[in-house]
Design a protein around this ligand. Structure first.
Ligand code: DC
Length: 225
C-alpha cells in the first residue's frame, strides 16, 4: 500500500489533548480536521433519542441506514467540531459525560464501526486531513505517513478534562470524571474490534507535563523532517 504523505493521524486515550492539538495542526497546515469521535458520539446520541436498545446489535444495525452525519469545521481553535445529524445541529448535545460513555459503548458494535470507518475514509480520500480518534492510524488510515500516538498520566488527563468542563460552566464531580476516564480507557483498549492502540509505525508522545504548544511543535517538526 503506497504511503499517503498528506494524511496525519493522532490517536490516544480520552483527555490527552488530541482534539486541541489536531485542530491546531490542521489549522497550521490548512488541512481538514476529522474528529472521528464526534461521529461515534452522533450515533450514540441518535440511538438514545430513538430509544434503540444498544445491546441489541441487530436493531442497531437495522437503523444505521437512517443516519446521516455531517461534520462542520470547528469555529475556532478552542471549539469542538460541529456535528449535523440528519439535518439537525447536535453540536452542543454530544459533549456530555453521558454521550461520552454511550459513544464508547456503540463503538464496540461491528456494523457501527464499518459504517463510520467507511465515512471517514471517504472524507480522507483526497488527503490533506488530520484525523484523530482511537484507530485512525491502525484501521482507518493505515497508509498514513505521519502517525502519532499521544498518551499522558491518567491523573493529568482527568485534571485537564475537569478544567475544560469548568470552562463551560458545567458542575463537575472530580471523582466521577476520573472513574469515567478510567472506564473508557479500559473499554476502548480491551474491545476486540479496532481497540485503542499505538500503530507500530506511530510516534509515541507522552504529553504529561508538556504544553499544547510543545506537543504541536514536536509533531510539526516530525512531519517536516
Ligand atoms: O474522542 P472521543 O472522546 O470524542 O470519542 C468518544 C468515544 O468514541 C470513545 O470513547 C471511543 C469511540 N471512538 C472509537 O471507538 N474510535 C474512534 N476512532 C474514535 C472514537
Amino acid at each position: 500500500m503506497p504511503e499517503k504523505t498528506n494524511i496525519i493521524t493522532l490517536d490516544g486515550p480520552s483527555g490527552v489533548g488530541k482534539s486541541t492539538i489536531s485542530r491546531r495542526i490542521a489549522a497550521q497546515l490548512g488541512y481538514t480536521y476529522l474528529d472521528t469521535g464526534a461521529m461515534y458520539r452522533a450515533v450514540g446520541f441518535y440511538l438514545k433519542t430513538q430509544s434503540v436498545d444498544i445491546d441489541n446489535f441487530e436493531n442497531v444495525s437495522a437503523c444505521l441506514g437512517d443516519i446521516t452525519i455531517r461534520l462542520l469545521p470547528a469555529r475556532d481553535e478552542i471549539s469542538d467540531a460541529g456535528v449535523i445529524l440528519n439535518g439537525r445541529d447536535i453540536s452542543d448535545r454530544i459533549r456530555t459525560p453521558e454521550i461520552s460513555m454511550l459513544a464508547s459503548r456503540v463503538s464496540t458494535i461491528p456494523a457501527v464501526r464499518m459504517k463510520l470507518t467507511e465515512m471517514q475514509r471517504q472524507i480522507g480520500a483526497e488527503g490533506r486531513v488530520v484525523a484523530e480518534g482511537r484507530d485512525t492510524g491502525t484501521v482507518v488510515f493505515p497508509e498514513a505517513a505521519h502517525k502519532f500516538f499521544l498518551d499522558a498520566d491518567i491523573r493529568e488527563r482527568a485534571h485537564r478534562r475537569i478544567r475544560q468542563m469548568r470552562l463551560t460552566g458545567a458542575a463537575v464531580d472530580e471523582r466521577e470524571v476520573f472513574e469515567m476516564i478510567q472506564k473508557r480507557d479500559r473499554d476502548d483498549s480491551e474491545r476486540s474490534i479496532a481497540p485503542l492502540k499505538k500503530a507500530e509505525d506511530a510516534l509515541l508522545i507522552d504529553t504529561t507535563g508538556l504544553t499544547i504548544e510543545e506537543v504541536c511543535s514536536e509533531i510539526l517538526h516530525n512531519i517536516e523532517s
